[in-house]
Design a protein around this ligand. Sequence first.
Ligand code: SF4
Length: 488
Amino acid sequence: MNPGRLSKLYPAFHRMQDLCFFDDLECHFQSHPQYACLRQYLDLPSFHLRFPDNRVLYTRLLDTLLDILDIAHTNSSCYKELSPLYQLVDKIDPYYFTEGHISQEIIKCYTLESQQQKQLLRFATTFFHTIRQFSPFVEVSGQQKVLAWDAWYAVFPRGYAWEVVRVLQDLGIGVAASWHGARAWSRFTHGKLIELENIHLDWHSRCETWGKREKQPVVYPDLLAHAFANQLSHLGINGFCGDTPNCYECPLASSCNWNQGFDQNEEKVLITESDLEAIPIAIQKQYIDDIPISALIAWVFSLEGADAKVIEEKFSQKNSLRLMDQKTVYELSQLLPHVPYFGEKMKALLEVCKRYSEDTLIPGDQFSCSKDIFAHFRFRLRDLKQELFILVLLDNKHQYLTDVLITKGTLNKSLVHPREVYSTAIENRAAAIVCVHNHPSGDPKASTDDIQITHRLKEVGTVVGIPLLDHIIIGNDRYFSLADQGLL
Ligand code: SF4
């Protein structure tokens, strides 16, 4: 820990509580997690920002301006007809350019319509005037600088301000008025988000008030919030509360009003399909358990209105996910035929659900009992409408090697022949085997045929020296082990 940095940062945090946004900071600050937050900052390198040279910066700002005016798109500096405009950037001199000079250059941009030229003249004049009137950077301390708020805010029309912020952030420039920082602090201290349209004015004025009183640049509290919001990670400064907060792992969770629920008496809202917009908030606030499956699916697939209604109907029954999993991709796609790849994506989602619950064996795992095999195949086989006969191959220590599908269809003596089973076992150099099959009826109890074929397999296994350790039948989340039942 660097005590020098502590002395610089503590007053900064301490004073931030004076701002309306930080009313609640005092109590959090004194508590351990908040202190951890501060320590995290202390371990950071100082706010060391990378600056592009002025030409790169001005060119990118001009690109953005032209894009906003719908005059040119990305990388417009390559547009030959606009080159006079970009040459102005090279020639910026506080005493040299007048509006007339700019106008002369804009007229040379021959592909622009006169209306566009007028518009551009107005903005370009403000742009160059602003650049020469303000120093685009202000000092934070020593070598650390950030772009002055006014230098860009005066140029770009309100509403586009955030776009410009993004451009500057791409260039690695810390910018006062970070909406990420404002949002993160608001979430942390007040347990709610503030409206984006109003953030820039509100937040800036608060930072400015604080800055004036403390004779600190306006950007300083903003930078702290910016770091807290994990917006300086490209500089190796890791904050806690990103744009999508990871509350599950956040060390501040216990003192965060967002995570705790600002109003402890606030009732959890039951989210339905019509509240799709509320779902991300509910997930962040860890109310995910309360969200119906159908609403989650509708949100993941961006479904609204009638489409969301279809999903609500289909997924409101008991065991709906399992029922849906029994459908083919085509049948699933017919639920919402106009949604591209709905069947495929739904199938993929269901597969993820299934695999999450699986407790599968991997090569080298010791086979110890029938339960291991059941856990391995449980979700794969339990709802199948078709019988599968699978061979589990083990090594001489009875460790799992792999499993191989032997037959599909109705199990009978002719379908599973010991020759197929043991040729596969020999081919894979197995030292022992376990057979597995499913009963689509759901009743896992062994039939007479099952018992007979097991005996034949066992006899052949004894002859070839690859013992059959068990034959397990799976049906509707239950299993039947012939070894456990003394039938082997
Ligand atoms: S608990 Fe969540 S919302 Fe609160 S500070 Fe941490 S990440 Fe941000």
